[in-house]
Design a binder for this molecule. Structure first.
Ligand code: CP
Length: 337
């Protein structure tokens, strides 16, 4: 077990070895047990985490702040408008200054082509660990919680399990690519066969797809892409249908910034049938589960009967966001000196 993780950034899961991720999952399981028992686990007594949210959040904000409280520390809930970021203060200066005040920085910045670079720039100059609370490339706090949830339901030997990550129709807003990208490059490293399904204009960033293929090849698992939602559900054990925007396609096509919203909506509205229905869930294996990172666009991307039905494990997923982020905090901000 690789246990020396103090000071390590948590930005993309490929930055961590499988052995390090196993340590994280093991600690998350231990913290979950202690939380269930009401056993104190103040591993970060008097430590401070600065959370910077460039976008809205329910699960990530509250699990990360609650995590710090339960570990005996404190988290500051910051947004750019509360900081000099709004007047152009650089990621370098922000990272260097906050490092002098506390023990960790955590950032959500999902702006396409910007978020990951921003977090990396802060991390380059910060002298404390930096936690990615979701960017345009990865949502590692989500994917590791999802992996923990799948292992709780199906055990740790997941060889031969078909896990489908499917695009869905959701008109509310164009979500980042980071959840599907985070899943496709994490799950093959744990022996899972991944099928990625999307209408052709909803392609992901090439580097994440290439990494998924490489990991699948190294692990001897399958990584398949289809543009047919029904086909993707056949024989799936985990169905993970969720929406994302056509950000990569619009960039590939050179669509001007001012036209992206209109063109994106026109493309989106061609695919209203990409919904997770009870009928589609019946195409999967009998013991299949339904997963979604939330928030779900109920009635658009999924039928209530599915998300509220017996196959849904969405609230177990949401709960595991707490235990996994506490493991990330405890290992990177605390741990061995
Ligand atoms: N799944 C997730 O990251 O949810 P929030 O956007 O509410 O944090």
């Amino acid at each position: 077990m690789k246990s020396m993780l103090r000071g390590k950034d948590w930005i993309e899961t490929p930055d961590w070895s499988v052995e390090e991720l196993e340590t994280l999952l093991d600690v998350a399981g231990d913290l979950k047990r202690r939380f269930a028992l009401g056993e104190p686990h103040r591993l970060l007594q008097d430590k401070t985490l600065f959370m910077m949210f460039f976008e809205q959040s329910t699960r990530t904000r509250n699990s990360t702040e609650a995590g710090m409280t339960q570990l005996g520390g404190h988290a500051h809930d910051l947004t750019p408008d509360k900081m000099q970021i709004s007047h152009g203060e650089t990621p370098k200066d922000t990272g260097m200054v906050l490092s002098r005040y506390g023990h960790g920085l955590a950032i959500r910045n999902c702006f396409y082509g910007i978020g990951n670079q921003y977090i990396r720039e802060v991390a380059k100059y910060a002298s404390v660990p930096v936690i990615n609370l979701q960017c345009d490339v990865d949502h590692p706090c989500q994917s590791i919680a999802d992996l923990m949830t799948v292992r709780e339901k199906f055990g740790t030997n997941l060889r031969g399990m078909k896990f489908v990550v499917s695009w869905t129709y959701a008109p509310a807003y164009a979500r980042p690519l980071s959840v599907p990208q985070g899943l496709i490059w994490l799950l093959p490293r744990f022996g899972i066969d991944v099928t990625l399904a999307y209408p052709k204009e909803f392609n992901l960033m090439p580097r994440t797809v290439e990494a998924a293929k490489k990991f699948a090849k190294e692990q001897g698992t399958k990584f398949e892409i289809t543009h047919n939602m029904d086909d993707s559900f056949k024989n799936a054990v985990v169905c993970y249908p969720k929406s994302w925007g056509c950000h990569q396609y619009l960039a590939d096509q050179g669509v001007p910034e001012e036209d992206k919203k209109r063109v994106g909506m026109e493309i989106l509205n061609k695919y209203k049938s990409w919904v997770c229905t009870e009928k589609r869930m019946r195409m999967a294996k009998k013991n299949a589960v339904y997963m979604h990172p939330l928030p779900a666009d109920r009635g658009a991307e999924v039928e209530d009967a599915v998300i509220d039905g017996p196959q849904s494990i969405v609230f177990d997923q949401a709960e595991n966001r707490l235990h996994t982020v506490k493991a990330i905090q405890a290992l990177t901000m605390g741990g061995r000196p």
